[in-house]
Design a protein around this ligand. Structure first.
Ligand code: 5GP
Ligand code: ZN
Length: 115
């Protein structure tokens, strides 16, 4: 579990200290493949700046994360078949990395509600 900016896994990916398979990048966001994919497409989109959870993002940065997520859905070829964006938040939400990230999931039928 990661919970401080100094020891943050995703900040270290942004800094290039930990390798990741990057699929998209903007000035303010980075998208890379999840190391343990739960669907044929499973990409994480993060703001480059450290924020703990979705509620800590200002609306402009939140919009930039969403725009990158949609770009990823298009480049992954799942925008027509459909996809799911998920922000796990806090303990009950199943958040394990406390640098806000948007899961982009697609490429198969996704069950609802999640377990
Ligand atoms: P959360 O449970 O916080 O919503 O999601 C964290 C996600 O980060 C998990 O899906 C997990 O597989 C992924 N993850 C954990 N460590 C790494 C890593 O070192 N690299 C990448 N690319 N993904 C990771
Ligand atoms: Zn961070």
């Amino acid at each position: 579990m990661t919970d401080s900016v100094n020891d943050c896994l995703f900040c270290r990916i942004v800094a290039g200290e930990i390798p990741a398979t990057v699929v998209a990048e903007t000035d303010t966001t980075l998208a890379f493949r999840d190391i343990d994919p739960k669907a044929p497409t499973h990409v994480l989109v993060i703001p480059k700046e450290h924020h703990r959870a979705v509620g800590d993002l200002d609306p402009v940065l939140a919009g930039q994360v969403l725009a990158t997520a949609h770009q990823v859905a298009k480049s992954e070829g799942v925008d027509e078949t459909g996809y799911r964006l998920v922000f796990n938040t806090g303990r009950d939400g199943g958040q394990t990395v406390f640098h806000v990230h948007c899961h982009v999931l697609g490429g198969r039928g996704l069950s609802w509600p999640p377990g």
